[in-house]
Design a binder for this molecule. Structure first.
Ligand SMILES: Nc1ncnc2c1ncn2[C@@H]1O[C@H](COP(=O)(O)OP(=O)(O)O)[C@@H](O)[C@H]1O
Ligand SMILES: [Mg+2]
Length: 229
């Protein structure tokens, strides 16, 4: 099976006695939609941050496209973040003094040559008519779609989403999830999505459940997205 990202024996301790990750092994296939489920405190965010290079493990290795990400120097890490990785968080983290359009363009400035077409993305996300507005003038669902646009405009290989729909109502979270599936399909992005929401998990191709700092269950979904209408 092809792998774009893999974690090997990842251990993370923040304090002497508390081991948050207990030796996690996990491989992610290219162009797949993966959900990480698990109770609060089970180590989901810590694992995601280690796999995306935001956080160093206490021990263990992460490989991205065959290269050891955990051994990258600062300039390799900066390249990776600039070109290959997108992040979406529960809080939208839009800059309040920039318009929606300007916020999205922040995601493309550094790698303009490889960016996806701005108009195509904003149309697809249904935000092409609100680009002149400031974040405070937008609903939560609109703000999150702007932050999705900002994350994907650079055409990342992997999109990491940490409770990205956690602040949205059911209708808006369903809309964002559908869009992420379309983006995955259309641009070949690999999605790793943390959630507590079982209905969201049901849309994924693979559902990884964490418990006590380990992968407790790992299953593929026979009817991704199709089940959710
Ligand atoms: N920066 C940190 N410093 C100390 N402890 C942390 C830190 N980040 C997370 N933890 C602890 O690690 C455990 C797992 O946290 P986290 O990965 O955020 O879990 P989840 O995302 O599944 O809720 C929790 O007990 C949390 O308190
Ligand atoms: Mg978390």
């Amino acid at each position: 099976m092809a792998t774009i990202l893999s974690a090997e024996k990842i251990v993370k301790r923040f304090h002497e006695n508390e081991t948050v990750l207990n030796g996690v092994d996990l491989s992610i296939s290219p162009n797949s939609f993966n959900v990480i489920l698990g109770a609060s405190g089970s180590g989901k965010t810590t694992l995601l941050n280690i796999m995306s290079g935001l956080l160093k493990p206490t021990s263990g290795k992460v490989f991205y496209n065959g290269s050891e990400l955990t051994a990258f120097n600062p300039s390799q890490m900066a390249d990776l973040k600039r070109n290959d990785i997108g992040h979406i968080f529960q809080s939208y983290l839009l800059l309040p003094n920039l318009t929606a359009g300007e916020n999205i363009r922040i995601g493309m400035t550094t790698s303009r040559e490889t960016s996806l077409p701005f108009d195509e993305i904003t149309e697809m996300l249904g935000i092409d008519d609100i680009l002149h507005k400031f974040p405070s003038q937008l609903s939560g669902g609109q703000q999150q779609r702007v932050s999705v646009a900002r994350a994907i405009i650079k055409n990342p290989k992997v999109l990491f989403c940490d409770e990205a729909t956690g602040a949205l109502d059911e209708e808006n979270s369903r809309r964002v999830i559908k869009l992420l599936h379309s983006i995955k399909q259309r641009y070949g992005v690999t999605v790793v999505f943390i959630t507590h929401n079982l209905r969201i998990a049901d849309t994924a191709e693979r559902i990884i459940t964490m418990k006590d700092g380990l992968v407790h269950q790992d299953r593929s979904n026979k009817a991704p997205l199709a089940r959710k209408k």
